[in-house]
Design a protein around this ligand. Structure first.
Ligand code: LLP
Length: 438
């Protein structure tokens, strides 16, 4: 999707509004989401599923990519389900009025409080990751007769080609129950023996920013191999199968263009074939995209400040944000493209765009090619919608950026800029009860 364009004066435009106009109103750093792109990405998944999967299906947005109340309300309108991974995310979703029955709770170390909250809120399902969690559920369930739907998270032993920090489905991973050790089948057996739990099916997730579709076909096959074993041992047939999320997005012009339709078709075809071979009815197919829904829809906008020339070496262009709002380059060597948002022109100079935080690794773009940048210019980073704000911190006591949603010439504040009062509120001095702002 084309999230941004240029107007006649060369200004970058998103959602029908020139970026400088948005900056004049909301300041920098600013994260801007284009509503049309979010809806288009949801639509692309829906259409692909409708085209390629004759059975029931569900689209579950992985909230860890980016969450806010306004976004959740939009996604609820789109008919999405939601994957949360903590009590915090669950509470935000409930505060947004997101339908609890469409929420799925994930996590490799869910606390008793988180599970209790999930039960009280009557969420759609819990994805069981380990036996400790089953111990907790066993205890919690003694005092409630309500049934909780669960999926078993299986480690499929599939190695996705992505950054090591983003792999989740290979053997040596903290996530999921291993098939080889019998842990996964023991979990199934335990769940079947717990009247409060209803086993819905099996789940796997192989990684994130995955370009190839073959690993997904493999993961689905592993899930069905396991499902057949469980059918043979315990007579249970899965009502639901989910190979998780993780489809890549394009960050750079040279990246392959990920194809939602091809991804969905590959998974859908594999599920149909595997179900036929196993003699199972078509299960509900769950998909859990995060990045590919929200990533392309967001841009980050910064203002240029200091510019430092090291002759023959490099030119550093410092902006007023950085690793506190986008740690991905520092953490994963993630690469982004940058453009000036307040004016256009031939890209004539190579610069390194760095943040303002006290760390040399605070780089946003190593090798941006731009028109000659000047202090006061606006720099926009594309495809910044996923895992930037979601991983933002107060490092150096940075305040989190404002976030807006644009649609058809209108801008809506989703999250106001963090204020120093927000941060000071949780400080307690040795002699006073709370810090105050001078
Ligand atoms: N389902 C499960 C169980 C997951 O663990 C994840 C991501 C997703 C779905 C969604 O994956 P997506 O479609 O967004 O790729 N911070 C890293 C990414 C971590 C992803 C963690 N799990 C990054 O910035 O690249």
């Amino acid at each position: 999707p084309k999230t941004t364009t240029r107007d006649a004066t060369g200004q970058l435009v998103i959602g029908g509004i020139p970026v400088p106009q948005l900056v004049a109103e909301f300041g920098t750093p600013l994260y801007i989401y284009d509503e049309a792109t979010i809806r288009a990405q949801c639509g692309a998944y829906r259409e692909a599923l409708a085209r390629h999967y004759p059975g029931p299906w569900r689209l579950v947005y992985a909230g860890k990519a980016y969450l806010s109340v306004g976004l959740l309300q939009l996604l609820a309108e789109e008919g999405m389900w939601l994957d949360v991974v903590s009590g915090g995310e669950l509470q935000l979703a409930l505060a947004a009025g997101f339908p609890p029955g469409r929420i799925i709770l994930h996590g490799n170390n869910k606390s008793e409080d988180e599970l209790r909250l999930a039960l009280q809120a009557r969420i759609g399902a819990v994805v069981v990751d380990n036996h400790y969690e089953l111990d907790l559920l066993e205890r919690l369930h003694r005092d409630t007769e309500q049934q909780l739907s669960v999926l078993v998270r299986v480690n499929p032993g599939v190695d996705a080609h992505t950054h090591a920090y983003r792999k989740t489905g290979h053997l040596d991973s903290k996530f999921g129950l291993l098939i080889e050790t019998g842990d996964a089948s023991r979990a199934v057996q335990r769940i079947l023996g717990m009247p409060g739990l209803r086993l819905r099916g099996y789940h796997a997730h192989i990684g994130s920013q995955v370009f190839e579709v073959e690993p997904y076909a493999l993961a689905v096959e592993r899930l069905f191999d396991f499902a057949r074993e469980m059918a043979a041992q315990f007579g249970v047939v899965p009502e639901e199968i989910s190979p998780g999320g993780g489809l890549a997005i394009q960050y750079l012009p040279e990246d392959p263009v990920p194809d939602i339709d091809l991804f969905v078709r590959t998974v859908a075809d594999t599920v149909q074939r595997a179900a036929r071979e196993a003699g199972f009815p078509l299960p509900l197919l769950g998909l859990e995209p995060g990045r590919s829904i929200i990533g392309p829809a967001g841009i980050a906008v910064y203002r240029v400040g200091a510019i430092k020339e090291i002759p023959g070496v490099r030119r550093y262009v410092s902006v007023d944000g950085g690793m506190a709002d986008n740690i991905r380059p520092a953490l994963y060597q993630a690469r982004y493209t940058a453009a000036l948002a307040n004016r256009d022109g031939p890209a004539v100079t190579r610069v390194t765009i760095v943040g303002k935080y006290c760390e040399s690794g605070d780089v946003l773009v190593n090798d941006a090619t731009l028109p000659e940048p000047r202090p006061g210019d606006l720099v926009a980073i594309a495809a910044a919608g996923a895992y930037c704000l979601a991983m933002a911190s107060n490092y150096n006591l940075a305040l989190r950026p404002a976030v807006i949603l644009v649609r058809e010439g209108q801008a809506l504040l989703l999250q106001r800029r963090e204020r120093i009062e927000d941060v000071l509120r949780r400080e307690f001095g040795l002699h006073s009860s709370a810090a105050t702002v001078a």
